[in-house]
Ligand binder design. Structure first.
Ligand code: ATP
Ligand code: MG
Length: 572
């Protein structure tokens, strides 16, 4: 049974704000601040205030129940982790500056855990001896620390944030597949119970690593993630990973190279227009600084380089666009750079360069380009692969239907890690034949605060939050309109006690404020059911009861109101 809970608004530590503070863009950030549910501490760091914390705990509890139902064992791992543990897997370099690290008084380096695969592998090394000890699903709900480049959106991207992270330990691939499916099913139930529709998309594994991963994405136009999906089959992927068909190999006869003057032409669009060809008949050169060295990349002019794919192909730690000085320093002519005759610089090509004939490319000479460039006749690259961003309109890689693009918030991410972490940490077990094998790991994360914020992104209107009942900090908002010498005060006090007794969670607006102020706050705070007790309705023996998402109140007899409200709430 849920403990009965009530709160008098006059005693609440936080106050509502009329206006969203400056520098807040996302709606959940604005509303959670205005409602006094969170309070900023530092960039990307927030306090949860009592109302926000209650909503948080509702989400957390749903997650906990579903993890337990799936067979997960709850534990709590340390936030402080020795750097040496990370050096064993080398993932400290993959996380790089995102990882907070500190020094203790004895000059030992510790990190503030951005995730806990190493810690769990260490547990497996100690406890998992034989195949009989597997499978194991162990999880925690704990704050993670990541020095995000751009913390934003309040709870959506924080630097200290709560995550549920579950780890699966299995003896074989079939076991991992089974654990993975258990988590997919559990995640689906979590989002459903949170009233947050989420689609599952193929994803890049990022710094976590591993061979296969999926994200759960709440589709919303304001989301940070770009999603590519197919309207006619089930294909859906994060743009970081998505593939699109790039066309057929050309059958045109290859023409001889032909250098042309292209005065003051600097962009692909201007070049295509000048020559009178579509951008798909051009080659685009882009320069990156990769772990401190300039890398030349080339792609068909109608496509864009996908930096995540490029990073994966290069297996590097740091990748960014090269600066003008770095480009010039490498002897390249920005605006007319070309793979033709290039020497001494590592070159990467998107496989689209083989899917076009007689293309226009730079001449490596300011003000000149070359027509009829063909790969591999005229130039080679060190590595070729898919480093292009998929785009709406391209063919689906599975069924060829035109792809669509959308945006969303990543509200969960699951990974088939395999054995790369357990091998490095030395977490092994004896199989049925007595042979030693590395434990097969999976890892499954949900950002609790981000999920809460995503719920607000979906459930609000122009007046405030419209919490789903399962998440709302309180179920009912008891709102007396006190008048001089009226019985309102007495009746409401009694009703409050009665509601608590029957198990309703009540936020009691016992403030002496005007109806306007109280109604505005009730709307902003988004409690699902509002009860207004006024002298006028009491005169007829009634109270006004209104759902937050409905316009019109209903009149219910004050006699036995607590039971009726309970029936309304439990029945919805
Ligand atoms: P993102 O791509 O958004 O930076 P990530 O892929 O680095 O996230 P994971 O390591 O997959 O994050 O973390 C698992 C889950 O934790 C994410 O799906 C998300 O719900 C949540 N999460 C990750 N980073 C943050 C953050 N900075 N603030 C709040 N929640 C986060
Ligand atoms: Mg992720």
């Amino acid at each position: 049974m849920t403990p009965t809970a009530g709160l008098r608004l006059s005693q609440l530590i936080s106050k509502t704000l009329r206006q969203a503070p400056a520098d807040t863009e996302t709606i959940s950030h604005q509303l959670l601040l205005r409602a006094g549910m969170i309070f900023p501490g530092a960039a990307g760091v927030y306090s949860y205030l009592p109302l926000g914390w209650r909503a948080f705990k509702k989400v957390e509890n749903i997650i906990r129940e579903e993890m337990d139902r799936a067979g997960g064992q709850e534990a709590l791992f340390p936030g402080l982790q020795p750097l040496e543990l990370w050096q064993e897997t080398g993932r400290n370099t993959a996380f790089g500056p995102t990882m907070f690290s500190i020094e203790d008084r004895k000059d030992r380096r510790l990190v503030l855990g951005p995730t806990h695969e190493e810690v769990v592998a260490q547990l497996a090394r100690s406890y998992v001896r034989s195949y009989r000890d597997l499978p194991v699903l162990v999880y925690q709900i704990q704050n993670k620390f990541r020095d995000e480049l751009r913390p934003r959106g309040g709870l959506l991207r924080g630097r200290e944030f709560s995550m549920k992270d579950l780890y699966s330990l299995d003896a074989d691939e079939a076991g991992l597949d089974h654990s993975y499916q258990l988590m997919i099913d559990a995640y689906r139930r979590i989002y459903e119970r949170c009233h947050l529709p989420a689609v599952i998309v193929e994803a890049d594994s990022g710094a976590i690593g591993g061979k296969e991963s999926h994200e759960f994405t709440s589709l919303t136009p304001t989301g940070e993630d770009e999603i590519i999906h197919c309207p006619s089959c089930t294909y859906a992927a994060n743009l970081e990973k998505a593939q699109g068909q790039k066309g057929e190999a050309p059958t045109d006869a290859l023409l001889p190279l032909d250098e042309i003057a292209t005065p003051s032409i600097k962009t692909i669009e201007a070049l295509a227009q000048f020559v009178g060809v579509p951008t798909s008949r051009t080659l685009k050169a882009v320069f990156y600084s990769v772990d401190g060295k300039v890398v030349f990349t080339v792609i068909r002019g109608d496509l864009d380089i996908n930096e995540v794919k490029l990073k994966n192909l290069l297996k590097c730690n740091e990748l960014r666009m090269a600066t003008e000085e770095e480009v010039a320093g490498a002897g390249l002519v920005a605006g007319s750079a070309s793979p033709l005759g290039l020497k001494g610089i590592p070159t990467m090509g998107d496989d689209s360069i083989a899917l076009g004939a007689n293309l226009v490319a730079g001449a490596n000479r300011d003000g000149y380009h070359v027509k009829n460039v063909n790969y591999p006749r005229d130039f080679q690259v060190d590595t070729i692969g898919d480093i292009a961003s998929a785009a709406a309109g391209q063919g689906c890689p599975r069924c060829s239907a035109p792809l669509q693009a959308g945006r969303g918030i990543e509200v969960g991410h699951i990974f088939k890690l395999g054995t790369f972490i357990s091998q490095k940490i030395g977490a092994a077990f004896l199989d049925q034949e007595g042979a030693s094998r590395p434990v097969i790991m999976g890892s499954y994360g949900i950002g609790v605060g981000r999920l809460l914020a995503a719920i607000v992104e979906l459930h609000h209107d122009d007046k405030g939050i419209t919490w789903p009942l399962s998440i709302a900090p309180y179920q009912a908002y008891l709102c007396p309109l006190y008048g001089d010498g009226s019985q309102v005060g007495e009746v409401t006090e009694e009703l409050y006690q009665e509601m608590l007794k029957v198990g309703i969670e009540v936020l009691f607006d016992d403030r002496e404020d005007s109806p306007g102020v109280k109604f505005n706050d009730a709307d902003l705070l988004g409690i699902p059911l509002r009860l207004v007790i006024s002298q006028r309705s009491l005169g007829k023996g009634n109270a006004e009861v209104k759902w937050r998402t409905e316009k019109q109140p209903q009149l219910l007899p004050i006699e036995g109101l607590a039971q009726q409200v309970k029936a309304l709430l439990w029945g919805s």
